[in-house]
Design a protein. Structure first.
Length: 440
C-alpha cells in the first residue's frame, strides 16, 4: 500500500508611507495611497507584536527543536548510492514530479549539474552567497540567514518519458523502466498526478526545510524543468513504540528487509549495471515506485475491530501478526495452512507469503502519511504516500501488487496517482554529478 509566487518589485510607497501624509511614488493616486496606508498599518501592527507574540512564538519554535536551526543532522550527499533510500524516514517529505523543458542534450546535462550543485549545498547547509541589497537574494531566507542541514535528503529519479526522442537517450533506458500501469483496483481516471520526466523525493527533519529545498531547486532549474505534480507527506511518531501508524490506525511497513545487511540490499534494492539487460551506468541505482493511496476513513471507522484486524492480518494495538505477540514476530504460515489464525486473504499474507520463491520479491517500503483536507463531498482526503525501492520493479513490486488484487482492503483504499522512476546512482566526488553516467 500507500500537494511560487513572483514578488512585485514595483515600489508603491516610501518606507514611512502610512504615517499620515502620503509621499514618494503614488502621491496623488488614491489606489496607491490606500495601498501605502495599509502597508504602513501592517508594519505598525507587526512592530507592536515583536515584543509580544512574535518573540513567544520564536521561543516555542526553538524549544521544540532544541535550536533555531532545526535538528542539526547532516546526512552525507556523496556516495555510491543516493541518500534517502536506505535512510530511515525523516519527519517530513514531498514527492515532486517535473517535466523537462531543456531544449537539447547539452542543456539537459547542465540541468543535472545545476541540480547536483543545489542538492549538495542544501544538504550540507551553510551561508548563501551575499548578492547585496540591490540584487535578487540568493536564498528565500525562509529558514533564516543560514541554511541548516536539518537531516535533508534529496533523491533524484528519472521517468521513462525522459528516454523518448528528445535527447537521444532511448538506448540507455533502464531495462525495467516504463510508465506505471493501471492495476485492477486503481482509481486513476482523470488523475493529474501521474508519471513525469524527473522525480524528487525531498525529506527532512522539518517541514519548512523540505519546502525551502523545493523552492531553491525550482528557482535554479526553472529553465530546464517545470513542476508537474507534488504530494506532501509526514512520518508519524511511533505510538507508543516501533513502526509508524498509517491513517487506518495500523502500523505500516513492519516487515521491511534488513538494509543493514549489504547482501540483502545487493539482492533486493540496488540495480546491477551490465547484468540482466541493465545499462552499465545504472549500477547502484534503484527502481522507485510512488503511489498516492487515498484511505476512505469515514467508512473504515465504521468497521468492527475484528474485521479490520483480519483484513490486515495484524493486531491494531501492538502490530503483532494475529498468531504472535509483538510487531517483530514472524507469522508462521506453515503452521496455519488454512488461514484459521491469519486469513489467506489478509494483507500481510498476500503481500509477503514468506515462501522461498517470494524472498526475491520483497520491496523496501518508505511511505509517508498525507492529509489534503476535504474533497468536494466534505469527506476527509487523507491517505498514504506509498514509496518503495527495489532492484527490479517487475519481479518485486508488480508481483506483490498482483497478489493484492481484489484483497478485502480495496473497499477502503483508492490509489489515485504516482509513477515509476529510476533513482540515479550516487555521486562519487566534487567533480561528479547526478546522471553523469547516463549523459556523459
Amino acid at each position: 500500500m500507500t500537494a511560487d509566487a513572483t514578488p512585485d518589485a514595483t515600489p508603491d510607497a516610501t518606507p514611512d508611507a502610512g504615517s499620515g501624509a502620503p509621499s514618494g511614488p503614488g502621491q496623488g493616486c488614491p489606489r496607491l495611497q490606500r495601498r501605502a496606508f495599509l502597508r504602513g498599518a501592517a508594519l505598525g501592527a507587526a512592530g507592536a507584536a515583536v515584543l509580544g507574540a512574535g518573540s513567544f512564538a520564536a521561543d516555542r519554535a526553538v524549544a521544540a527543536t532544541g535550536s533555531g536551526t532545526g535538528s542539526g543532522r547532516r546526512i552525507p550527499f556523496e556516495g555510491a548510492h543516493q541518500a534517502g533510500i536506505l535512510t530511515p524516514p525523516q519527519a517530513a517529505a514531498t514527492f515532486v514530479s517535473f517535466d523537462v523543458i531543456a531544449p537539447d542534450r547539452a542543456a539537459l546535462q547542465q540541468l543535472f549539474r545545476t541540480l547536483t550543485d543545489r542538492v549538495r549545498f542544501l544538504t550540507a547547509g551553510g551561508n548563501p552567497p551575499d548578492t547585496g541589497v540591490a540584487a535578487v537574494p540568493s536564498d528565500s531566507a525562509t529558514l533564516g540567514p543560514v541554511v541548516p542541514s536539518d537531516g535533508l535528503t534529496v533523491t533524484v529519479g528519472v521517468g521513462s518519458s525522459l528516454f523518448d526522442q528528445r535527447y537521444g537517450l532511448a538506448r540507455r533506458k533502464p531495462a525495467r523502466l516504463a510508465p506505471m500501469p493501471v492495476f485492477p483496483d486503481d482509481h486513476l481516471v482523470g488523475s493529474t498526478e501521474l508519471h513525469g520526466d524527473i522525480s524528487l523525493q525531498i525529506c527532512a527533519d522539518s517541514k519548512d526545510t523540505v519546502m525551502h529545498a523545493l523552492r531553491d531547486i525550482a528557482k535554479h532549474t526553472r529553465s530546464g524543468m517545470q513542476l508537474n505534480w507534488k504530494a506532501d507527506g509526514f512520518h508519524a511518531a511511533p505510538r507508543p513504540t516501533g513502526t509508524q501508524r498509517n491513517q487506518l490506525g495500523f502500523k505500516d511497513g513492519i516487515a521491511n528487509p534488513d538494509v543493514a545487511d549489504t547482501t540483502v540490499t545487493d539482492a533486493l534494492v540496488w540495480a546491477r549495471g551490465g547484468s540482466g539487460g541493465e545499462p552499465a551506468w545504472a549500477d547502484g541505482g534503484s527502481y522507485q515506485v510512488v503511489r498516492i493511496i487515498r484511505m476512505l476513513v469515514e467508512f473504515w471507522d465504521r468497521v468492527s475491530l475484528h474485521e479490520q484486524e483480519t483484513m490486515f492480518g495484524r493486531r491494531r494495538d501492538t502490530g503483532a501478526p494475529l498468531d504472535g505477540t509483538s510487531e517483530t514476530d514472524i507469522p508462521d504460515y506453515a503452521a496455519d495452512p488454512n488461514g484459521l489464525r491469519i486469513p489467506l486473504t489478509a494483507h500481510i499474507r498476500l503481500a509477503n507469503p514468506r515462501t522461498r520463491a517470494s524472498y526475491s520479491q520483497q520491496i523496501l517500503r518508505r511511505g509517508y502519511n498525507y492529509d489534503r483536507g476535504i474533497d468536494l463531498d466534505g469527506n476527509l482526503d487523507v491517505g498514504l504516500l506509498f514509496c518503495c525501492y527495489q532492484q527490479d520493479v517487475v519481479r518485486q513490486f508488480e508481483a506483490v501488487q498482483g497478489r493484492l488484487a481484489g484483497e478485502p482492503l480495496v473497499d477502503y483504499i483508492q490509489p489515485t496517482g504516482g509513477g515509476y522512476f529510476f533513482a540515479l546512482p550516487g555521486v562519487s566526488g566534487t567533480g561528479d554529478y547526478l546522471g553523469s553516467g547516463l549523459l556523459d
